[in-house]
Design a protein around this ligand. Sequence first.
Ligand SMILES: C[S@@+](CC[C@H](N)C(=O)[O-])C[C@H]1O[C@@H](n2cnc3c(N)ncnc32)[C@H](O)[C@@H]1O
Length: 213
Amino acid sequence: MNSLSVIRASYRRLSPLYDVLEGAIFHSGRKDAVALANKRANQRILDVGVGTGLALPLYRKDSWVVGIDASPEMLKRAKARMRRKRLTNIGGLLEMDAMNMGFADRSFDAVVAMHVASVVPDPMKLIAEMKRVCVPGGDIVVVNHFASSGGPLRMIEKACGPFAEVIGFRPDVRLMHLADGARLQIVQVRRVNLGGYWRLIHFRNAPAEPARA
Ligand SMILES: C[S@@+](CC[C@H](N)C(=O)[O-])C[C@H]1O[C@@H](n2cnc3c(N)ncnc32)[C@H](O)[C@@H]1O
């Protein structure tokens, strides 16, 4: 599967076009995800896979936001946006692997990953790291495309599976697999973005409820 160097190479190529190709079409999902992270005042918020920083202007001004990304070229654009928009609430934009973060446990009150889970080589590891760096009771928000349950879309996704490295995107991340593996409380799952093909999952960083008998 995608190694970090493959991801970096693909986002190096994509970075000049990213805002045009993936800006407006994913904007409503970003707005919904950030609104959940923005619920409380004065929070420390981590934006995982911050990309070119399209979501940065959406965070409330009394929050302290850190963004991480594996791609220096995407980060460069995020930093330019921060300066251009005079975003004084951004505490740092750091080059870091989301599957092996350099933060201490419980460093953030809310952790958000938008359109990242299908790009990283190991989505379970991503969620485990998001959980580790989030305070107990904190909000973890994921926006992603998940494998369809059937029909022609599922057939297309299956056909694309072997080419994940080429297209830089895994169409086969399974929502329930991710949610069960995370062992986190699910607050809500809702459809977002164009045609609802993407989903927003809001987790609470608390142990999943035991299944009822
Ligand atoms: C589809 S873009 C999403 C960017 C942004 N979240 C948005 O909604 O526009 C995926 C981002 O994840 C980053 N990424 C992929 N794998 C990563 C990893 N292992 N660690 C950190 N960032 C990663 C890529 O460099 C890219 O900027």
